[in-house]
Design a protein around this ligand. Sequence first.
Ligand SMILES: [Zn+2]
Ligand SMILES: [Zn+2]
Length: 124
Amino acid sequence: MLLAHHERCFSPGCRETYFSAARKFSFCGGCARVPFCSKECLARAWNHPEIPHKSICKKLNLIGTTTKIPSRPEPQDRSKFQDRLHKAGIVDSVLADVVSHLDKLVKETSTAFGRFDGIFSNIY
Ligand SMILES: [Zn+2]
Ligand SMILES: [Zn+2]
C-alpha cells in the first residue's frame, strides 16, 4: 500500500527495488508517498495512458498528510488511519479513486507491495 512502507519503484512495468538497485529511491515531490527509481520512471508513471500517477498524486498527498500515517505502520495504525480519514471528511469518491488506481497498479505490476496492500480496500 502506498501509504505504508515500500521499497520498490512504482512506475508501471519497472521491477527495480531498493535491493536490486542497492540504493533507496527518491519519492514523488507531489505526494511524497511514492518512490521512483529514476526521473524517467517518474515521467513514465506520471503520464501513463491507463494509470497516470498525476491522477492520484494530489489525492494521495491529501490522504497522507491528513492521516499522518507513518511510513512503517503497525497493524493498530489501521483504526487511527480510518478515524482520521473520517474526521477529516475525506469524501468517499477521493478514496475510491485512489483505491481503484492502486488496484490497477498492483494488477499491472502483479507484485506484492508489502504488508499493507489492502489498507484502503479493507476500510469499506
Ligand atoms: Zn523504475
Ligand atoms: Zn505523487
